[in-house]
Design a protein around this ligand. Sequence first.
Ligand code: NAD
Length: 259
Amino acid sequence: MTGRLAGKVAVITGGASGIGAGTARLFHAEGARVVIGDLQEEPGAVLAAELGEGAVFARADVTREDDVAALVDTAVERFGGLDVMMNNAGVMGVLGPVDRTPLAEADLTIAINLRGVLCGMKHAARVMKPRRSGVILSTSSPAGMLGGVGPHVYSAVKAGVIGLSNSVAAELRRFGVRCNVLVPGAVVSPMTAGLVAGGPGDLPGAEAALSATAYMDRPLRPADVAAGALYLASDEASHVTGIVLPVDAGMTGAGGPSP
Ligand code: NAD
């Protein structure tokens, strides 16, 4: 087996769509066996079938601990272990002004985007600590680092993902387990298509809309973020832990668009 992830086993939540699906494709192409976890059964099953041997789909809701535990157990039982856990499932959640926040909807956003990540870390650590090896990746957002680039609850939970990951990185490094965060910029995906185009299926509309505001010559695509995930997941990053890797065309570090 060849590839930068040859012999490794990865679980990717939110793996049926967008950034998660792009990462599942790249990880699999680089030799990993992948467990794709998602609420959406049809696209998840189609992706697993497209990838073929070494890829399975399992329906999982990251707000349910049993589902997340089962994803990890599937990796161990089907493929013999867990090397990479990518906590990527997320929703934009509550929109609108803070004084009209529907708190039940906020609870759900927090449950998916933050508690779901914690749950993934918990069950990945259960398997990785005794093996003294593994990589945990979590998907945050520029909204978790800057004000004014995302809805308020989304910003709060994405900031929380960074704090959680840094803390868990400090705890797990002595067990040989690395823990890092990806910060994608505005990526052409069903999530952004639902916001800036004609709905989650309108990827050409999202590509066109995000092209108009892109900081570089084209908007980000899932494969761009997947390339960052691949580096962090690979042995090339063997001493990289507790970091936040922006793949965001400079939205966070370079202060947005060029003058
Ligand atoms: P997407 O909507 O294409 O994919 C998200 C996936 O998560 C979907 O397949 C969805 O079914 C799944 N999901 C939602 N709730 C779930 C739950 N409770 N349990 C399991 N799966 C669930 O979005 P995307 O753009 O690929 O986003 C992936 C991640 O990247 C998210 O965490 C998002 O917040 C983050 N992100 C996206 C962008 C962007 O511009 N697209 C930018 C920064 C961060």
